[in-house]
Design a protein around this ligand. Structure first.
Ligand code: 2AM
Length: 176
């Protein structure tokens, strides 16, 4: 697709949390369960935009910059398996209202600007494993990673040499 970039809005995870999560993952999932996502790529997607022209990207960046979102915390204390897409994920038993509001707003702005949005309900999650199409045993939910979110970011998704890499393009702070 000429002159387009594959983009998404997401909440970044602190590096220490990324490291703790991959340690926990290594202890709780066998290598056959699926392909592990690299620590630096662990994030919580708010809105996936697909391939976006430069002009549309500018519009969406401007709209994102106008969002006045009070800060919120996300507690990653749930895990699950979606066999169809082959995803093992971390999520929250109770998603904070701020997270749902922010995702809804970004998804509505994306849809209004011609970025297709899935009709499936938004289920906030951090993808841990891909290619997990066979049954996977999910460890008991006796873990929790509480994270004070301070900002959200726009990412570009690159795929080179068979690997995904997510480049942060811009971030916007929450209000206190
Ligand atoms: P996933 O982890 O649930 O697959 C970068 O690829 C991010 O965008 C990932 O978090 C991925 O979600 C999400 N993503 C990729 N394609 C998507 C799509 N068609 N619809 C919604 N989210 C998508």
């Amino acid at each position: 697709m000429p002159d387009t970039r594959r983009l998404f809005f997401a909440l970044p995870l602190p590096e220490t949390t990324q490291q703790e999560i991959i340690r926990w993952r290594a202890e709780n999932f066998s290598p056959e369960a699926g392909r592990p996502i690299a620590a630096a790529n662990l994030h919580l997607t708010l809105a996936f935009l697909g391939h976006v022209s430069e002009q549309k990207e500018q519009v969406l960046r401007t709209l994102a910059g106008r969002i006045r979102q009070p800060a919120f915390s996300v507690n990653l204390n749930d895990a699950g398996h979606w066999p169809r897409p082959g995803v093992v994920w971390l999520g929250c038993r109770r998603a904070p209202r701020g997270l749902l509001q922010l995702a809804e707003l970004l998804r509505a702005q994306a849809a209004r600007n011609g970025c297709y949005q899935s009709a499936l309900p938004f289920h906030p999650h951090v993808t841990l494993l891909r290619g997990a199409t066979r049954p996977v045993s999910i460890p008991p939910a006796n873990f929790s990673w509480p994270i004070d979110m301070t900002h959200f970011s726009l990412y570009q998704s690159h795929f080179d040499n068979g690997k995904s890499r997510y480049q942060r393009l811009e971030s916007w702070s929450f209000i206190e």
